[in-house]
Design a protein around this ligand. Sequence first.
Ligand SMILES: Cc1ncc(COP(=O)(O)O)c(C=O)c1O
Length: 387
Amino acid sequence: MSTLPFPVSPVLREVGDYPFLRLDAEKQRVAATGVRLIDFGVGDPREPTDPMIREALAAGIRETMEYPKAVGLPELRDAIAAWIARRYGVTIDPATQVVPTLGAKEAVFSMAAVVVDPDAGRDLVLTTQPGYPVTVRGARFAGAEALALPLEESNGFLPDLDAVTPEQWRRTALVWVNYPNNPTGAVAPLAFYADLAERAAEHGFLIASDEAYSELYFDEPPASALQLPDLSRVAVVNTLSKRSSMTGYRSGFVAGSPELIALLKSFRPTVGTAPQEFVQRAAATAWSDERHVEEARERYRVKRAIMREALEAVGLRIAGSRATMYLWVAVPEGDTSEGFATRLIEHGIVVAPGGFLGPAGEGFVRFALVPTIDDCRTAAATIREVL
Ligand SMILES: Cc1ncc(COP(=O)(O)O)c(C=O)c1O
Protein backbone atom coordinates (compact mmCIF):
# COMPACT_ATOMS: atom_id res chain seq x y z
CA MET A 1 0.00 0.00 0.00
CA SER A 2 3.02 2.28 0.44
CA THR A 3 3.26 2.86 -3.31
CA LEU A 4 -0.18 4.46 -3.65
CA PRO A 5 -0.28 8.00 -5.04
CA PHE A 6 -2.03 9.28 -1.89
CA PRO A 7 -1.65 8.76 1.86
CA VAL A 8 -3.06 5.67 3.52
CA SER A 9 -4.43 5.40 7.06
CA PRO A 10 -1.67 3.94 9.24
CA VAL A 11 -4.35 1.97 11.10
CA LEU A 12 -5.54 0.34 7.87
CA ARG A 13 -1.96 -0.45 6.97
CA GLU A 14 -1.41 -1.99 10.39
CA VAL A 15 -4.58 -4.09 10.65
CA GLY A 16 -4.29 -5.36 7.06
CA ASP A 17 -6.88 -7.46 5.24
CA TYR A 18 -9.81 -8.99 7.07
CA PRO A 19 -8.41 -12.45 7.97
CA PHE A 20 -11.19 -14.41 6.27
CA LEU A 21 -10.11 -13.00 2.90
CA ARG A 22 -7.12 -15.35 3.20
CA LEU A 23 -9.52 -18.28 3.49
CA ASP A 24 -11.15 -17.25 0.18
CA ALA A 25 -7.77 -17.41 -1.56
CA GLU A 26 -7.13 -20.87 -0.12
CA LYS A 27 -10.60 -22.05 -1.23
CA GLN A 28 -10.00 -20.85 -4.77
CA ARG A 29 -6.65 -22.64 -4.88
CA VAL A 30 -8.15 -26.00 -3.83
CA ALA A 31 -11.33 -25.65 -5.90
CA ALA A 32 -9.15 -25.09 -8.99
CA THR A 33 -7.76 -28.61 -8.49
CA GLY A 34 -11.28 -30.04 -8.90
CA VAL A 35 -11.99 -30.84 -5.23
CA ARG A 36 -15.62 -30.16 -4.22
CA LEU A 37 -15.59 -27.92 -1.15
CA ILE A 38 -17.94 -28.22 1.82
CA ASP A 39 -17.58 -24.88 3.49
CA PHE A 40 -17.64 -24.69 7.30
CA GLY A 41 -15.44 -21.57 7.17
CA VAL A 42 -17.55 -18.45 7.62
CA GLY A 43 -20.62 -18.24 9.89
CA ASP A 44 -22.98 -17.24 7.09
CA PRO A 45 -26.15 -19.37 7.40
CA ARG A 46 -27.19 -20.93 4.11
CA GLU A 47 -30.76 -21.41 5.32
CA PRO A 48 -33.84 -20.08 3.57
CA THR A 49 -35.29 -16.89 5.06
CA ASP A 50 -38.90 -17.53 6.11
CA PRO A 51 -41.35 -16.61 3.27
CA MET A 52 -43.36 -14.41 5.66
CA ILE A 53 -40.26 -12.23 6.18
CA ARG A 54 -39.49 -12.04 2.47
CA GLU A 55 -43.10 -11.02 1.79
CA ALA A 56 -42.92 -8.29 4.43
CA LEU A 57 -39.81 -6.94 2.71
CA ALA A 58 -41.48 -6.90 -0.72
CA ALA A 59 -44.62 -5.26 0.68
CA GLY A 60 -42.42 -2.55 2.21
CA ILE A 61 -41.17 -1.32 -1.17
CA ARG A 62 -43.07 1.84 -2.13
CA GLU A 63 -43.13 3.93 -5.28
CA THR A 64 -41.10 6.63 -3.56
CA MET A 65 -38.60 5.79 -0.84
CA GLU A 66 -37.04 8.68 1.02
CA TYR A 67 -33.99 8.68 3.29
CA PRO A 68 -34.69 6.47 6.29
CA LYS A 69 -34.28 8.09 9.70
CA ALA A 70 -31.56 6.84 12.04
CA VAL A 71 -34.04 6.52 14.93
CA GLY A 72 -35.83 3.76 13.00
CA LEU A 73 -39.49 2.97 12.44
CA PRO A 74 -41.65 2.92 15.58
CA GLU A 75 -43.12 -0.46 14.50
CA LEU A 76 -39.64 -2.03 14.46
CA ARG A 77 -38.59 -0.50 17.79
CA ASP A 78 -41.87 -1.76 19.30
CA ALA A 79 -41.31 -5.27 17.85
CA ILE A 80 -37.77 -5.38 19.29
CA ALA A 81 -38.91 -4.17 22.72
CA ALA A 82 -41.70 -6.77 22.68
CA TRP A 83 -39.20 -9.50 21.77
CA ILE A 84 -36.89 -8.42 24.62
CA ALA A 85 -39.85 -8.53 27.01
CA ARG A 86 -40.86 -12.05 25.89
CA ARG A 87 -37.32 -13.42 25.78
CA TYR A 88 -35.82 -11.89 28.92
CA GLY A 89 -38.78 -10.62 30.92
CA VAL A 90 -37.28 -7.11 30.74
CA THR A 91 -39.11 -3.91 29.87
CA ILE A 92 -37.24 -1.37 27.77
CA ASP A 93 -38.61 1.88 26.36
CA PRO A 94 -38.77 1.57 22.55
CA ALA A 95 -38.53 5.35 22.22
CA THR A 96 -35.27 5.79 24.14
CA GLN A 97 -33.60 2.42 24.64
CA VAL A 98 -33.27 0.88 21.18
CA VAL A 99 -31.94 1.88 17.79
CA PRO A 100 -32.02 -0.33 14.65
CA THR A 101 -28.74 -1.00 12.84
CA LEU A 102 -27.50 -2.43 9.55
CA GLY A 103 -26.73 -5.73 11.26
CA ALA A 104 -24.42 -6.09 14.24
CA LYS A 105 -21.11 -5.53 12.47
CA GLU A 106 -21.29 -1.80 11.83
CA ALA A 107 -22.63 -1.22 15.35
CA VAL A 108 -19.74 -3.24 16.81
CA PHE A 109 -17.25 -1.37 14.64
CA SER A 110 -18.46 2.12 15.51
CA MET A 111 -19.13 1.68 19.25
CA ALA A 112 -15.56 2.74 20.13
CA ALA A 113 -15.86 5.85 17.96
CA VAL A 114 -18.78 6.96 20.13
CA VAL A 115 -17.26 6.41 23.57
CA VAL A 116 -13.43 6.46 23.36
CA ASP A 117 -12.08 9.74 24.74
CA PRO A 118 -8.26 9.90 24.66
CA ASP A 119 -8.25 13.49 26.01
CA ALA A 120 -10.00 12.24 29.15
CA GLY A 121 -7.53 9.34 29.37
CA ARG A 122 -10.13 6.80 28.19
CA ASP A 123 -8.20 5.24 25.32
CA LEU A 124 -8.45 1.53 26.01
CA VAL A 125 -10.95 -1.00 24.66
CA LEU A 126 -11.01 -4.45 26.26
CA THR A 127 -12.08 -7.32 24.11
CA THR A 128 -12.07 -11.08 24.50
CA GLN A 129 -9.77 -13.26 22.43
CA PRO A 130 -10.12 -15.41 20.38
CA GLY A 131 -12.98 -13.38 19.02
CA TYR A 132 -14.78 -11.55 16.29
CA PRO A 133 -12.06 -9.27 14.87
CA VAL A 134 -14.28 -6.21 14.40
CA THR A 135 -14.08 -5.02 18.04
CA VAL A 136 -10.30 -4.59 17.76
CA ARG A 137 -10.54 -2.94 14.36
CA GLY A 138 -13.22 -0.52 15.58
CA ALA A 139 -11.06 0.37 18.58
CA ARG A 140 -7.97 0.98 16.44
CA PHE A 141 -9.79 3.17 13.92
CA ALA A 142 -11.22 5.19 16.83
CA GLY A 143 -7.68 5.93 18.01
CA ALA A 144 -7.87 3.55 20.97
CA GLU A 145 -5.65 0.73 22.04
CA ALA A 146 -7.23 -2.73 22.19
CA LEU A 147 -6.36 -4.99 25.09
CA ALA A 148 -7.03 -8.70 24.56
CA LEU A 149 -8.58 -10.64 27.42
CA PRO A 150 -7.71 -14.28 26.68
CA LEU A 151 -10.49 -16.85 26.90
CA GLU A 152 -9.05 -19.96 28.51
CA GLU A 153 -10.79 -23.29 28.45
CA SER A 154 -9.87 -23.77 32.15
CA ASN A 155 -12.03 -20.71 32.96
CA GLY A 156 -15.01 -21.84 30.87
CA PHE A 157 -13.86 -19.45 28.11
CA LEU A 158 -14.80 -16.47 30.31
CA PRO A 159 -12.23 -13.64 30.65
CA ASP A 160 -10.30 -13.28 33.92
CA LEU A 161 -11.39 -9.78 34.94
CA ASP A 162 -9.03 -9.85 37.94
CA ALA A 163 -6.10 -9.87 35.52
CA VAL A 164 -6.89 -6.30 34.43
CA THR A 165 -4.71 -3.84 36.39
CA PRO A 166 -6.12 -0.76 38.17
CA GLU A 167 -4.20 1.45 35.70
CA GLN A 168 -5.85 -0.40 32.77
CA TRP A 169 -9.32 -0.07 34.31
CA ARG A 170 -8.71 3.70 34.68
CA ARG A 171 -8.05 3.93 30.95
CA THR A 172 -10.92 1.65 29.89
CA ALA A 173 -13.67 3.26 27.81
CA LEU A 174 -15.41 0.11 26.72
CA VAL A 175 -15.41 -3.63 27.47
CA TRP A 176 -16.64 -6.00 24.77
CA VAL A 177 -18.07 -9.37 25.72
CA ASN A 178 -19.69 -11.86 23.35
CA TYR A 179 -21.81 -14.71 24.71
CA PRO A 180 -22.85 -17.13 23.38
CA ASN A 181 -19.29 -16.81 22.15
CA ASN A 182 -17.86 -16.86 18.67
CA PRO A 183 -15.76 -18.98 18.27
CA THR A 184 -15.73 -21.05 21.47
CA GLY A 185 -19.49 -21.58 21.75
CA ALA A 186 -19.27 -20.84 25.50
CA VAL A 187 -22.16 -19.19 27.33
CA ALA A 188 -21.95 -16.73 30.24
CA PRO A 189 -24.12 -16.92 33.36
CA LEU A 190 -25.94 -13.81 34.57
CA ALA A 191 -23.45 -13.69 37.49
CA PHE A 192 -20.67 -12.93 34.99
CA TYR A 193 -22.56 -9.89 33.69
CA ALA A 194 -23.27 -8.82 37.29
CA ASP A 195 -19.54 -8.99 38.11
CA LEU A 196 -18.71 -6.93 35.03
CA ALA A 197 -21.44 -4.42 35.91
CA GLU A 198 -19.95 -3.90 39.37
CA ARG A 199 -16.60 -3.09 37.80
CA ALA A 200 -18.26 -0.81 35.24
CA ALA A 201 -19.91 1.13 38.06
CA GLU A 202 -16.59 1.38 39.92
CA HIS A 203 -14.45 2.40 36.94
CA GLY A 204 -17.02 4.18 34.74
CA PHE A 205 -16.83 2.29 31.46
CA LEU A 206 -19.46 1.03 29.02
CA ILE A 207 -20.27 -2.69 28.80
CA ALA A 208 -20.86 -3.66 25.19
CA SER A 209 -22.38 -7.12 24.91
CA ASP A 210 -22.48 -8.66 21.46
CA GLU A 211 -25.31 -11.19 21.65
CA ALA A 212 -25.45 -12.09 17.94
CA TYR A 213 -25.85 -15.80 18.79
CA SER A 214 -28.34 -15.46 21.65
CA GLU A 215 -30.96 -17.60 19.85
CA LEU A 216 -28.74 -20.46 18.71
CA TYR A 217 -28.89 -22.56 21.86
CA PHE A 218 -29.57 -26.22 22.52
CA ASP A 219 -30.34 -26.37 26.23
CA GLU A 220 -31.12 -23.38 28.49
CA PRO A 221 -31.78 -20.05 26.71
CA PRO A 222 -28.63 -17.99 27.45
CA ALA A 223 -28.69 -14.94 29.77
CA SER A 224 -28.33 -11.38 28.46
CA ALA A 225 -26.70 -8.22 29.78
CA LEU A 226 -30.19 -6.73 29.32
CA GLN A 227 -31.17 -8.63 32.46
CA LEU A 228 -28.90 -6.45 34.61
CA PRO A 229 -30.89 -4.25 37.00
CA ASP A 230 -29.13 -1.04 35.89
CA LEU A 231 -28.77 -0.56 32.13
CA SER A 232 -27.15 2.89 32.25
CA ARG A 233 -23.75 1.47 31.28
CA VAL A 234 -24.98 -1.39 29.08
CA ALA A 235 -25.21 -1.63 25.30
CA VAL A 236 -26.46 -4.94 23.89
CA VAL A 237 -26.02 -5.62 20.19
CA ASN A 238 -28.17 -8.26 18.52
CA THR A 239 -28.99 -9.19 14.94
CA LEU A 240 -31.33 -11.15 12.69
CA SER A 241 -28.36 -12.57 10.77
CA LYS A 242 -28.07 -15.78 12.77
CA ARG A 243 -31.45 -15.98 14.52
CA SER A 244 -33.45 -15.61 11.32
CA SER A 245 -30.84 -16.52 8.66
CA MET A 246 -30.90 -12.96 7.32
CA THR A 247 -27.23 -12.01 6.82
CA GLY A 248 -28.05 -10.50 3.42
CA TYR A 249 -30.69 -8.15 4.85
CA ARG A 250 -28.28 -6.38 7.26
CA SER A 251 -30.57 -5.90 10.24
CA GLY A 252 -29.85 -5.68 13.94
CA PHE A 253 -30.19 -3.35 16.90
CA VAL A 254 -28.45 -1.79 19.88
CA ALA A 255 -30.49 -1.70 23.10
CA GLY A 256 -29.88 -0.69 26.68
CA SER A 257 -28.59 2.58 28.11
CA PRO A 258 -30.80 5.55 27.14
CA GLU A 259 -27.71 7.80 27.33
CA LEU A 260 -25.79 5.60 24.89
CA ILE A 261 -28.79 5.25 22.54
CA ALA A 262 -29.09 9.06 22.46
CA LEU A 263 -25.39 9.29 21.49
CA LEU A 264 -25.91 6.70 18.73
CA LYS A 265 -28.90 8.66 17.41
CA SER A 266 -26.62 11.69 17.23
CA PHE A 267 -23.68 9.82 15.66
CA ARG A 268 -25.42 7.54 13.17
CA PRO A 269 -27.02 10.12 10.80
CA THR A 270 -23.49 11.28 9.92
CA VAL A 271 -22.37 7.76 9.06
CA GLY A 272 -25.39 6.90 6.90
CA THR A 273 -26.22 3.67 8.69
CA ALA A 274 -30.01 4.08 8.99
CA PRO A 275 -31.50 0.78 7.72
CA GLN A 276 -33.72 0.81 4.64
CA GLU A 277 -37.38 1.05 5.64
CA PHE A 278 -38.40 -2.08 3.70
CA VAL A 279 -35.74 -4.01 5.60
CA GLN A 280 -37.02 -2.56 8.87
CA ARG A 281 -40.54 -3.78 8.02
CA ALA A 282 -39.21 -7.28 7.29
CA ALA A 283 -37.24 -7.08 10.56
CA ALA A 284 -40.38 -6.21 12.55
CA THR A 285 -41.99 -9.36 11.16
CA ALA A 286 -38.91 -11.46 11.99
CA TRP A 287 -38.62 -10.31 15.64
CA SER A 288 -42.35 -10.99 16.09
CA ASP A 289 -42.14 -14.68 15.19
CA GLU A 290 -40.44 -17.58 17.02
CA ARG A 291 -41.61 -20.51 14.93
CA HIS A 292 -39.01 -20.00 12.19
CA VAL A 293 -36.29 -19.63 14.85
CA GLU A 294 -37.29 -22.91 16.51
CA GLU A 295 -37.10 -24.63 13.11
CA ALA A 296 -33.62 -23.23 12.43
CA ARG A 297 -32.46 -24.30 15.90
CA GLU A 298 -33.66 -27.83 15.15
CA ARG A 299 -31.65 -27.94 11.92
CA TYR A 300 -28.52 -26.80 13.77
CA ARG A 301 -29.15 -29.44 16.41
CA VAL A 302 -29.15 -32.16 13.74
CA LYS A 303 -25.98 -30.82 12.08
CA ARG A 304 -24.22 -30.55 15.45
CA ALA A 305 -24.99 -34.16 16.24
CA ILE A 306 -23.74 -35.39 12.84
CA MET A 307 -20.45 -33.47 13.02
CA ARG A 308 -19.87 -34.01 16.73
CA GLU A 309 -20.19 -37.78 16.38
CA ALA A 310 -17.77 -37.94 13.43
CA LEU A 311 -15.17 -35.67 15.03
CA GLU A 312 -15.27 -37.56 18.31
CA ALA A 313 -15.18 -40.91 16.51
CA VAL A 314 -11.77 -40.01 15.04
CA GLY A 315 -10.50 -38.92 18.47
CA LEU A 316 -10.83 -35.15 18.17
CA ARG A 317 -11.85 -33.17 21.23
CA ILE A 318 -14.63 -30.60 21.10
CA ALA A 319 -14.19 -27.76 23.60
CA GLY A 320 -16.86 -25.27 24.74
CA SER A 321 -19.47 -25.41 21.96
CA ARG A 322 -22.55 -25.30 24.18
CA ALA A 323 -24.36 -22.80 21.97
CA THR A 324 -23.94 -20.91 18.64
CA MET A 325 -23.56 -22.46 15.18
CA TYR A 326 -19.93 -23.35 15.89
CA LEU A 327 -17.95 -26.36 16.99
CA TRP A 328 -14.58 -25.37 18.53
CA VAL A 329 -12.34 -28.33 17.91
CA ALA A 330 -8.89 -28.90 19.46
CA VAL A 331 -6.34 -29.80 16.78
CA PRO A 332 -4.45 -33.10 17.15
CA GLU A 333 -1.23 -33.09 19.22
CA GLY A 334 1.69 -31.63 17.29
CA ASP A 335 -0.53 -29.90 14.69
CA THR A 336 -1.11 -26.15 14.33
CA SER A 337 -4.49 -24.56 13.58
CA GLU A 338 -3.46 -23.56 10.09
CA GLY A 339 -1.70 -26.86 9.43
CA PHE A 340 -4.77 -28.86 10.44
CA ALA A 341 -7.11 -26.57 8.47
CA THR A 342 -4.89 -27.03 5.40
CA ARG A 343 -5.01 -30.79 5.85
CA LEU A 344 -8.83 -30.67 5.96
CA ILE A 345 -9.23 -28.37 2.96
CA GLU A 346 -7.21 -30.75 0.79
CA HIS A 347 -10.11 -33.19 1.40
CA GLY A 348 -12.67 -30.48 0.57
CA ILE A 349 -13.55 -29.54 4.16
CA VAL A 350 -13.16 -25.82 4.78
CA VAL A 351 -12.77 -24.68 8.41
CA ALA A 352 -11.47 -21.49 10.03
CA PRO A 353 -8.08 -21.85 11.75
CA GLY A 354 -8.45 -20.62 15.34
CA GLY A 355 -5.50 -18.29 14.87
CA PHE A 356 -7.65 -16.18 12.47
CA LEU A 357 -9.58 -15.12 15.55
CA GLY A 358 -6.47 -14.03 17.49
CA PRO A 359 -3.38 -15.76 18.88
CA ALA A 360 -5.43 -17.20 21.77
CA GLY A 361 -7.32 -19.25 19.17
CA GLU A 362 -4.20 -21.20 18.22
CA GLY A 363 -4.61 -24.92 18.84
CA PHE A 364 -8.22 -24.98 17.63
CA VAL A 365 -10.21 -24.88 14.41
CA ARG A 366 -13.77 -23.65 14.08
CA PHE A 367 -16.51 -25.48 12.21
CA ALA A 368 -19.42 -23.19 11.30
CA LEU A 369 -22.39 -25.54 10.89
CA VAL A 370 -23.69 -23.75 7.83
CA PRO A 371 -23.59 -26.42 5.08
CA THR A 372 -26.81 -28.36 4.48
CA ILE A 373 -27.59 -31.46 6.53
CA ASP A 374 -26.69 -33.62 3.51
CA ASP A 375 -23.35 -31.87 3.10
CA CYS A 376 -22.68 -32.33 6.83
CA ARG A 377 -23.29 -36.08 6.34
CA THR A 378 -20.84 -36.13 3.39
CA ALA A 379 -18.22 -34.19 5.38
CA ALA A 380 -18.71 -36.47 8.40
CA ALA A 381 -18.08 -39.53 6.19
CA THR A 382 -14.92 -37.90 4.78
CA ILE A 383 -13.65 -37.13 8.28
CA ARG A 384 -14.20 -40.73 9.36
CA GLU A 385 -12.33 -41.90 6.27
CA VAL A 386 -9.31 -39.57 6.15
CA LEU A 387 -8.53 -38.57 9.74
C1 LIG B 1 -19.73 -12.23 17.34
C2 LIG B 1 -20.33 -11.66 16.12
N1 LIG B 1 -20.88 -10.45 16.16
C3 LIG B 1 -21.43 -9.89 15.08
C4 LIG B 1 -21.43 -10.53 13.86
C5 LIG B 1 -21.99 -9.84 12.65
O1 LIG B 1 -23.34 -9.92 12.56
P1 LIG B 1 -24.15 -9.17 11.45
O2 LIG B 1 -24.32 -10.09 10.32
O3 LIG B 1 -25.42 -8.81 12.11
O4 LIG B 1 -23.39 -7.93 11.05
C6 LIG B 1 -20.87 -11.79 13.76
C7 LIG B 1 -20.83 -12.47 12.46
O5 LIG B 1 -20.28 -13.50 12.24
C8 LIG B 1 -20.29 -12.36 14.92
O6 LIG B 1 -19.71 -13.56 14.87
